[in-house]
Every structure is written in structure tokens, then in C-alpha cells.
Design a protein around this ligand. Structure first.
Ligand code: GUN
Ligand code: FE
Length: 419
């Protein structure tokens, strides 16, 4: 058991950000929080204390949508729109992952950098290649990062150098699922890329795998107006993007993760809610290559689970804290230009990136009793001439901070190095 002292900030729900100046967190030997309080409880008086002084302790972040193989392209080709960006930059890069050595090099750095930025739970796309995606799974598993990892499926309207035969795609997916199903931390998830590159036959067969192995699904849903229209060609009578996944039997298992969800119809919303799925806002990707802004406040008000993703490399920055700031910023732009849209405040965006996103994993995303001590210690954010409160320091970190402000990282109560 150990006690941590510092300023403590975490979300209880989307409207309540707990701020405890000079607080104590008592963590047991399994790395689980026993108590959070503003004095050391009597029975813990003899425990050793790690004192972070004026620094701020917050929960580690979760990234619910990121493409690990696209890491080498982060921050370039940002003047393209989705279809050109995919064809000219993203697909050629992803084809390199037939080379396992290349995969190992990138994925090692990607996973190290995730942790460096304070992201300890992740839902991630690989590529169509099994051996490379196995490497990604193993990197995450060995680092103990709670994650869902997908081998990508794509069998139509894709370049010759990055396309699968339908049956081979299913065979490879089944092999991937079986291989990793008993992992402790890095679990497999089905990953049809998005409707335009997947035949309905492929999706139906993935639906069978989903139900046979009780395995969830991640994909891109109504991410652009082009994609929304394209999706309707999937089969005769297709009404909307989510209708495809329903008909294919892909909405029965947990989790269902819908990246973007920018242009949903009423039916998309109804179906996502019915399967208790999770939408993921990727604000930087949205502005860089996708050209659409999510109705974040309205989605939250409808009671839909809503997390945040970096969406590297349509998104350009791996740190989720910057995305928290972008969620607030974009909601203001949307509310300014459109009717019946409300803005989102910092509390809500921070909640999305921590407790709400963390709910996909095991006991992470908050610093309440019963949660794992997956936490970051933030430093060097205050000014001598204008003392800010702990919650303000966290907001400043999200807008103006970087990795140098993360002084320590704890995963399940264990201090971890960034390298
Ligand atoms: N839609 C299909 N593939 C992708 C991808 O790799 N990134 C994003 N942002 N959208 C996609
Ligand atoms: Fe994406």
C-alpha cells in the first residue's frame, strides 16, 4: 500500500469535475484506489507517502480511435481531403506493413510515444497484414496497455497493393482472433475499415465471427458526406451506415466503436444507442482531412457514449489532451455557424477523454475508489504571478501543455518509464 499526495483532479460524471487541493490517494498492492481524501485516514497513518507537492494528479487518458501504422505520416499531407489523402498517402504507407521489420520499428515507437503522452488505454487499427498486426498486439500486451487491436478488413474499391480476397480476409481474421483471445491486456477486435471498402459478403462473414467468438467491432461511421452516401450502396435497401452493421450481425457483441459519427441520421443514432455502442470524436482529424464537425453536445444530450480519438494520421497529434481542447473549440465554431447546437465545456470534454472513454476498459479513467491507479502527474503549469487552481492547471495543460508537463506516469499503481 502507498499514499500519494498532491492536487487531485478527476471526473465523476460529465457535469462534475472533482478538484481536491492537497489531497491523498491511498492505493493498495493490486494498484487499486482504496480511498481519496483531504487528510490521511487514521488506519493508513504509517504508510509511506509519495509527495507531489503542488503538482496535479489526473487519470491517464484513453484514445478510442487511432491508426498505429499511420504514425510515420503524422503531421503531413494535411491539405488533402479524405479520399485523396487515403489514396495518395495512407494506402501506400499501410502497404509497407507486409515488411515485419518495418512494423516492429514503427510499432515500438508508437507504443512508447502513446505512454509518453499519457495514453494508457487504446482502441487501435492495424493493417490488413496479420504478422504486422500480431507485432502491434504483442507490443501493447508486453507493456500491459489495456487495448483493443484490429487486423483491418478491406476487399473492394481499394488499390491492388492493399486489398484482400474475401475468404482469405475472413480466414486471416479468424486466425488473428484465436491467437489473441486469451491475452490479458491487448484484445482483438473486428475492424472492417469502412463501408466503401468492404463488400456486404465480407461484413456478413465478419458478423458470424463476431457472434461465434463474442468479439466487438470498430469501424468508421458517417465520417464524411461522401462516405455517408457511398455506404448506402452496400446492399439494396440499405438505409444508412449503421443499418449495414445491423444487417451483417455486427451489432450484437461488445464493444461497438463508431469512429467519427459526424453526419448520423436518426436511424444511425437509434441503432448506436440500442447496441450501447460508443461514438468517438476525433476533432483534429475532422478538421485536417474529413471536413465535418460533430454535434458533440447534442450527441452527449442524447445519452450516447462518446469518447475521444487522436485518429493519427488524419489527426496530427498523439496527445489526447490536445484533443480535449479541440473538442471544446470545435463545439464553439459549430454553435456559432449553425442553429440548435450547444457548446461543450471543458468538464465535459475532459470527462469524455477519461472516465467515459475508460469505461470501455477495466476500472480506469477516474481516481475514485475501486479504480486502478492509472494516473499522470502534471507539473510546471503554474505561475508565481497568477496562481491557478488545480482544475485550471489541467485545462491549461490540455490547451498549452506537452509531454514535458507529464512528470510521472503510473499504470496499475506502478511507476513506469516512458522509454
Ligand atoms: N476512413 C477509411 N480509412 C480511414 C483512415 O485510415 N482514417 C480515417 N480518418 N478515415 C478513414
Ligand atoms: Fe480513422
Amino acid at each position: 500500500m502507498r499514499i500519494y499526495h498532491g492536487n487531485i483532479v478527476y471526473s465523476k460524471n460529465k457535469d462534475e469535475l472533482v478538484e481536491l487541493s492537497n489531497g491523498y490517494i491511498i492505493v493498495n498492492d493490486e494498484g487499486i484506489i482504496e480511498e481519496v481524501s483531504n487528510a490521511i485516514p487514521e488506519q493508513y497513518k504509517n504508510l509511506s507517502i509519495t509527495d507531489f507537492g503542488d503538482d496535479v494528479i489526473i487519470p491517464a487518458f484513453s484514445d478510442l480511435h487511432v491508426h498505429a501504422p499511420q504514425y510515420p505520416n503524422r503531421g503531413i499531407a494535411m491539405d488533402k481531403l479524405l479520399a485523396d489523402w487515403l489514396n495518395e498517402y495512407t494506402f501506400p504507407l499501410e502497404s509497407k506493413y507486409k515488411d515485419e521489420k518495418y512494423a516492429k520499428e514503427v510499432y515500438t515507437k508508437f507504443v512508447n510515444d502513446l505512454v509518453k503522452h499519457g495514453t494508457m488505454h487504446v482502441v487501435v487499427f492495424g493493417t490488413i497484414h496479420n504478422p504486422a498486426t500480431d507485432i502491434l498486439v504483442n507490443e501493447l500486451e508486453n507493456k500491459g496497455i489495456q487495448s483493443y487491436v484490429g487486423k483491418v478488413n478491406m476487399d473492394k474499391d481499394s488499390p491492388d497493393y492493399l486489398i484482400e480476397e474475401t475468404d482469405q480476409s475472413i480466414k486471416d481474421t479468424e486466425t488473428f482472433v484465436k491467437k489473441h483471445s486469451n491475452n490479458k491486456y491487448a484484445k482483438p477486435i473486428l475492424t472492417p475499415r469502412f463501408a466503401p471498402t468492404c463488400s456486404f459478403e465480407l461484413l456478413k462473414k465478419l458478423g458470424e465471427l463476431s457472434n461465434k467468438y463474442k468479439i466487438g467491432v470498430q469501424t468508421h461511421i458517417v465520417e464524411s458526406l461522401w462516405e455517408k452516401e457511398e455506404a448506402k450502396n452496400c446492399f439494396d435497401g440499405c438505409r444508412c451506415d449503421m443499418h449495414i452493421y445491423k444487417e451483417a450481425g455486427l451489432l450484437n457483441q461488445k464493444p461497438f466503436i463508431a469512429a467519427h459519427f459526424i453526419f448520423p441520421s436518426e436511424e444511425d443514432i437509434k441503432l448506436l444507442k440500442e447496441c450501447n455502442g460508443c461514438a468517438v470524436q476525433c476533432p483534429d482529424a475532422t478538421t485536417n482531412v474529413i471536413a465535418g464537425i460533430m454535434q458533440t453536445g447534442n450527441i452527449l444530450d442524447k445519452g450516447i457514449n462518446l469518447g475521444i480519438g487522436s485518429d493519427i494520421s488524419a489527426g496530427s497529434y498523439l496527445g489526447i489532451y490536445r484533443q480535449v481542447a479541440s473538442v471544446v473549440r470545435l463545439s464553439k465554431i459549430k454553435a456559432f455557424y449553425e442553429k440548435d447546437i450547444r457548446t461543450v465545456n471543458f468538464k465535459e470534454a475532459f470527462y469524455m477523454a477519461t472516465k467515459q472513454s475508460g469505461a470501455l476498459f477495466n476500472k480506469v479513467g477516474s481516481l475514485e475508489k475501486g479504480y486502478y491507479f492509472d494516473a499522470l502527474v502534471l507539473t510546471d503549469l503554474n505561475d508565481s504571478f497568477n496562481k491557478l487552481k488545480p482544475a485550471e492547471l489541467v485545462e491549461r495543460f490540455c490547451y498549452s501543455g506537452d509531454v514535458t508537463n507529464i512528470k510521472s506516469r503510473y499504470m496499475r499503481g506502478i511507476l513506469i518509464n516512458k522509454d
